[in-house]
Design a protein around this ligand. Structure first.
Ligand code: MN
Length: 244
């Protein structure tokens, strides 16, 4: 390589380096405003807030291990791949769910929902469960359903009626009313562009067979009953109070 070629190649390399640097700077600028939407690192699988056997005998250890380390982990990995170099690369998981549309790649919808739903699900449970303590939440349940038992029955019936894989939710709508709905696959009520009845998810139950088949086989009702024994209503009412 003569001197001229060397200078030419070097400046080209510097040029490429500069462009790459500029591109990475540009790509680090979040497309959505608001600091809560800014994320610098890829999504990670958080540890459970309790041990894998902590929900026994209601939810068994083997199901918890597989569900968290295989299923949820898979959604996180695939979500990070799916959002790379898209407008969602640095968005919060809530923003992804709230903004995703039919025209976005299905992997963003499915794995974004998968990550949000499972994180929400783990946090909604605790060993032995925790009772509702907030009067305003109790009063709202009373007003909207006629009582806790009526709300539970409606939730159970909704979960029983879900065909195939999906989730059943207790939600809060924009009129601050509670309602129950089902979403298919890994959709959730935050996905206002995709679901019939959008809302803030307060409590969700995973009705995919991977969530219960090992212990309960086809006995979905037993699984839902057991879930109610480990619901952390403190967490649910905390979500309610943040949004009313
Ligand atoms: Mn699941």
């Amino acid at each position: 390589m003569n001197k001229r070629e060397f200078i030419k190649k070097s400046s080209l390399a510097i040029g490429i380096g500069y462009v790459t640097q500029m591109m990475s700077c540009k790509m680090k600028t979040p497309s959505l405003s608001g600091s809560q939407n800014q994320r610098k690192e890829p999504f990670v699988l958080a540890n459970l807030p309790y041990k894998y056997d902590a929900l026994e005998p209601h939810i068994d250890m083997m199901t918890m291990i597989t569900h968290h380390t295989k299923h949820h982990a898979g959604y996180v990995t695939k979500l990070n791949e799916a959002i790379k170099e898209t407008k969602f690369e640095f968005s919060s998981i809530e923003t992804i769910c709230q903004s995703v549309t039919d025209s976005d790649h299905a992997a963003i919808r499915n794995n974004g929902g998968g990550h949000f739903n499972h994180s929400h699900f783990w946090e909604s449970m605790s060993p032995q469960g925790k009772p509702i303590q907030n009067q305003k939440f109790l009063d709202t349940i009373q007003t909207n359903f006629g009582g806790f038992d009526q709300m539970k029955t409606e939730f159970m019936n909704s979960a029983k009626s879900l065909f195939g894989s999906g989730w059943t939710w207790l939600c809060l709508n924009t009129d601050k009313k509670l309602f129950i709905c089902n979403t298919p696959n890994q959709d959730n009520p935050l996905m206002s562009n995709l679901v019939k009845k959008p809302g803030i998810p307060l409590l969700g139950i995973d009705i995919w067979e991977h969530a219960y088949y090992l212990k309960y086989q086809n006995k979905r009702v037993d699984y839902i009953e057991s879930f109610f024994k480990v619901v952390d209503w403190n967490k649910v009412e905390e979500r309610f109070l943040k949004n009313v």
